[in-house]
Design a protein around this ligand. Sequence first.
Ligand code: UT7
Length: 386
Amino acid sequence: MKISSIATNAFLLLAWGSLQEIMAFAPAKQGAVGTNSQLSMVQSGPLPCRPIGIGHAAPKTIVTNKDLESVVETDDEWIRSRTGISQRRLLTSGESLRELGVEASKQALEMAGISAEDIDVVICATSSPEDMFGDATAIAAEIGCSTHTMAFDLTAACSGFLFGSVTAGQFLSSPNTKLKNALVIGADALSRWVDWEDRNACILFGDGAGAMVITNQKDEDNEDDTLLPGLLGYAAHSNGKGYVDLNCSYKGKDVEVSTPDPITLESAGYNYLAMNGQKVYKFATREVPRVVSEALEEADLTADDIDWLLLHQANIRIMETVAKRLKIPEEKIITNLADYGNTSAGSIPIALSEAVRSGKVKKGDIIACAGFGAGLSWGSAIMRWG
Ligand code: UT7
């Protein structure tokens, strides 16, 4: 996880637009580090790219709230009323998260009407990969991408799919780019990382994957010769001081290595996922309305202009509070939390895939998305579907 985070950060720096726009401090003069304390924000207006295909996959094993009553001291009524979750789908022993990513990706490509060989960039947003060195390359190979495809993982917990989409958007929008299509996967299996004796956490999470194709090619249905942007605006933030409120931290075990002068190193492992639910709840209901407003402003839109509000599926009460603060009618909330629980990086693309496939979200609809979670990190992107 650590190594993939380093790689991710390097790619993010490369991808997210000009350095002038994203560096916290603008250099005062060449060769000097500026001391201007005015922070610039990671946000942008319309990018010339659009989402054109989406898919999702989830494990077949369904565990209901009632089932969990025999696992921890809880009850269906508590879980439903405090979270909005009724059931979740869990990967059982021997099953693979990567296979869910492959299935979701194939569906997304099919909807987009392009072949895997046309994909230039694959980003797999996950914090629970099958392989600590990353799953994106294996998924890319399995769906049939060529060796020309750049593929890497992005670790940003529940903000991962949102940040991955924005990163892909920047790759496709950089001036004179030769890249045409990107595939962004959001996949997590946090059932592998929760303590099944911790009722605060184990009832919340489910496993699953979603994937979305983004292109900078114009829509053939569009008579106008220009590309109608589909990533209309975004904004993103982090606050590492909130790290303690939600993490899955490294925990090494001493191992003696018999060098001539023996040394004690560590054999790697991780603690269970740890969360202060109330703190994360307050953070989400405070920051998500703000970041959605910032992204809307970048898109030159208001809350009245959006057709759908699609937040990371963590808690129905968070979604309702955010909608209320933004004065967005509850009918515009897209949610499938009741059926899947919190699937971390998978939650936004799984919900979007279901909404597009059921015909709820139609071509041209404007969707305000927001991801938030461990880090702490949070962000919003305003998308026009299709
Ligand atoms: O994707 C990452 C982002 N994560 C989130 O967004 C999570 C945000 N937080 C939440 O969604 C909510 O804080 C939770 C759903 C995690 C918890 O809901 P809450 O309303 O904040 O409950 P609480 O932690 O204040 O606990 C209330 C009571 C406590 O009992 P006492 O002290 O009042 O006697 C808990 O021990 O509920 C108890 N409790 C439970 N009872 C039955 C905690 N978990 C459970 C449980 N079943 N599973």
